[in-house]
Design a binder for this molecule. Structure first.
Ligand SMILES: Cc1cc2nc3c(=O)[nH]c(=O)nc-3n(C[C@H](O)[C@H](O)[C@H](O)COP(=O)(O)O)c2cc1C
Ligand code: SF4
Length: 486
């Protein structure tokens, strides 16, 4: 590696950003993080591929203190090209990922893996198909039809008659007949909620999830990871348990204690199985930014409970919910980063006059202060629009967080951490916060950055050897750091 690594410039040497930090059993040499980002490079069966190895190897070139591997499914069920850890057969591939990161970071990056559970969603159906096949006919539909169209009364005895009568209604009439949930299933696609306790597998989640997460963590430890990040953020199962919208009446919802109960049970089961000498943290929301959802004070309550239970770090995110997401087109599935809360999760340059830079740091600050007020020292991380040394360093010095996570900036230029550390920040390829990458993520296409593509088209003498996306148009890994002369 570069000899400068042992003799960093004054700015980095005296910074908090490049000072060590402990996350439970793991010590990172710097407070720099690449948080979880799904690049859509796993195989259809959820295995690590050569493209995944190249992706994480390239991120490791920048030698951040921590890389968190993308959201990885804990169940042994088909999930498309999402990385999986729900069975032992996934361990050898994950071990090669760990080895790649160790090698490319010269052992300077700690590697965690984000463990995720999510509930079923279905694509938005065509109206005709929904009414013919999916809608469960109820007497309330008959009553509403009789009220709206008395002439149809004679046709409503059989379900098939109700279905054909519904087909004849205008959009407006149909909306009056369907319940709110049915309208949503039709207009946004069916989506399970943690409050659907009439479904046995949803009622059973508190019984099933601790074991699934714990097994996944044991596999991650066997594969050589330094720790796991439990995904308690965004639109996924455990975030929905933490949400103020969780009205479950079985002791796992409705009150602050009830909402945090399952996340705590998952944490304890994972700690017990994977061992307390192995790092287990979580990602959670500082604010759901949806109507009726959890706000900072709710997040603080949950964070204090998790910290008391010995969680090793809390990485704070914001928004990214289904509730306010844009209705998908017919045949597509709803995506949780398309509404206002999604934009707060991955803020763009055009969002408003405040822009993306450090936009969400008040949330990590609020959670950190709540912990410190209780004499809890769990490290707290902040993310959102962080793209330069000064911003990162002032966030740390000002008490907004203990570590700094930069997703899109690290995607635009994975070497950016090294560049700052070596005093070459002027060579950083700056993220434009356009969310071109996020657009690809939404379509489950291989994620790339618009800035690499520009490099790619500038006749590169080695372009024949450059791995390309499946549409052959885009470079799959960021271009190398071609150093300017000092
Ligand atoms: C392509 C892409 C994929 C992402 N995947 C995940 C993920 O798997 N898990 C997660 O917690 N956050 C995910 N995020 C959110 C980022 O970790 C981060 O919180 C967000 O982009 C804001 O940080 P930034 O402004 O530094 O990009 C993803 C973001 C992007 C752009
Ligand atoms: S595509 Fe745009 S938002 Fe994404 S990393 Fe590149 S510059 Fe940043």
């Amino acid at each position: 590696m570069e000899s400068e690594a042992h003799n960093p410039p004054i700015q980095a040497a005296s910074s908090l950003l490049f000072s060590p930090i402990r996350y439970g059993a793991a010590v990172a040499r710097a407070r720099t993080w690449v948080p979880a980002m799904v690049p859509w490079r796993a195989s259809e069966e959820g295995f690590v591929t050569p493209e995944i190895l190249d992706w994480y190897g390239r991120l490791a070139d920048g030698q951040p203190g921590v890389i968190v591997v993308e959201a990885t499914g804990i169940r042994d069920v088909p999930s498309g090209p999402l990385l999986r850890i729900g069975a032992d057969r996934f361990v050898p591939g994950l071990r090669s990922l760990v080895e790649r990161v160790r090698e490319r970071s010269a052992g300077r990056t700690r590697l965690f893996i984000q463990l995720i559970d999510f509930l079923a969603i279905r694509r938005r159906p065509e109206r005709q198909k929904y009414l013919e096949c999916f809608l469960i006919i109820r007497d309330a539909h008959r009553a509403a039809l009789e009220r709206l169209r008395p002439e149809l009364r004679g046709r409503l005895a059989e379900d098939s008659g109700v279905r054909s009568a519904l087909q004849e209604l205008s959009e407006d009439e149909l909306r009056q007949v369907l319940s709110e949930r049915e309208r949503e299933d039709l207009e946004r696609g069916y989506r399970e909620r943690v409050t659907d306790t009439h479904l046995a597998h949803i009622a059973d989640l508190p019984r099933v999830l601790p074991g699934l997460f714990a097994d996944a963590a044991v596999r991650a430890r066997t594969a050589g990871f330094d720790g796991a990040e439990l995904h308690y953020a965004h639109a996924y199962t455990l975030a929905s348990f933490l949400s103020k919208l969780n009205t479950r009446a079985d002791g796992y919802g409705s009150t602050p204690e009830g909402r945090v109960r399952l996340p705590l049970e998952v944490l304890r089961a994972t700690q017990a199985r994977a061992g307390r000498d192995w790092t287990i943290g979580c990602r959670m929301l500082g604010d759901e930014v949806i109507e009726g959802g959890s706000r900072l004070e709710d997040a603080c309550h949950a964070a204090v409970a998790l910290s008391r239970a010995g969680i090793d770090f809390i990485s704070v995110s914001k928004g990214g919910k289904f509730e306010d997401a844009r209705a998908p087109k017919v045949g597509e599935a709803i995506y949780p980063y398309t509404g206002p809360s999604g934009l707060e999760c991955m803020p763009t340059a055009k969002l408003d006059e405040r822009g993306p830079h450090g936009r969400n740091l008040h949330l990590s600050r609020g959670i950190r202060e709540a912990l410190r007020a209780e004499r809890l020292s769990t490290p707290v991380g902040g993310a959102g629009g962080i793209d330069r040394f000064e911003l990162a360093e002032s966030a740390l010095r000002g008490g907004a967080c203990d570590f700094v996570a930069a997703a899109r900036q690290s995607l635009a230029d994975p070497d950016w951490w090294r560049k700052i550390e070596l005093g070459r920040e002027n060579e950083v390829r700056r993220c434009l916060f356009t969310n071109y990458c996020e657009g690809l993520d939404q379509k489950h296409k291989q994620v790339t950055c618009q800035l690499w593509d520009r490099d790619f088209t500038q006749a590169d003498p080695h372009s024949d050897n450059i791995a390309r996306s499946s549409d052959a148009k885009r470079r799959l890994v960021p271009p190398p750091w071609r150093r300017h002369q000092p």
